[in-house]
Design a binder for this molecule. Sequence first.
Ligand SMILES: *Cc1c(COP(=O)(O)O)cnc(C)c1O
Length: 239
Amino acid sequence: MERDYPSFVCARRAEILERVAEACSRSGRASDAVALVAVSKTVGIDAVAAAHEAGYTAFAENRPQELRRKQEASAAYPELAQVRWDMIGHLQTNKVGLVVGRVALIHSIDSLRLAKAVDARAAMLGCTAPVLMEVNVAGEESKTGFSPEEARSAIAEICSLGHLSLEGLMGMAPAYDPAAARRAFSDLRELRDSLARETGCQLGELSCGMSDDYTIAIEEGSTIIRLGRTVFDPAYALQ
Ligand SMILES: *Cc1c(COP(=O)(O)O)cnc(C)c1O
């Protein structure tokens, strides 16, 4: 880690928070309406510690094994004992043991089979697993997630699982196209609203917005933004 890395992370954080506040105010939302999760998948635990020192309290990983590695490595940093970890990437059913009971939120429930596996693991541990359903709202072939139609037909059963707490939806937008990103985020919000109406499930959370598009996501109703490069990478140009 470069000697001045902690000061980069700290200065960058102030710039990000300013953009978050501006996007909240443009859309008439309270600035604390949006939670920021720092995606640490490309950095080491020393960078996580620097980010924590700068004020970040929630981190996310997209691979179960790397999540475990980071959590184990964080034992060397007592100040990281209380940080929040989320799982945001595709999860295979045979890996749920690495994740359930060890994270605050699984953003990436992308099949009914996975929902049932997470529920079964949580039942075994005697806990409830907070989760989001990941929806491939732009219909991109490269992305995982329920299609909107699949989400509509699976949600009642997922909601009824006794050891899951379904809190909302997660989605990703097409890259490099701000207009398409806005459409994807607003489609995700509308889907969330209609599913909540139809099922009576509380779906308060909308996890959307990454380094390239988080201000658009906030304007369209995101409640959790997941930021990787802009938090951790000095070479990433601020949007
Ligand atoms: C990597 C990743 C992010 C963060 O992406 P950046 O563009 O680096 O901000 C967010 N969500 C998921 C699911 C990811 O895999």
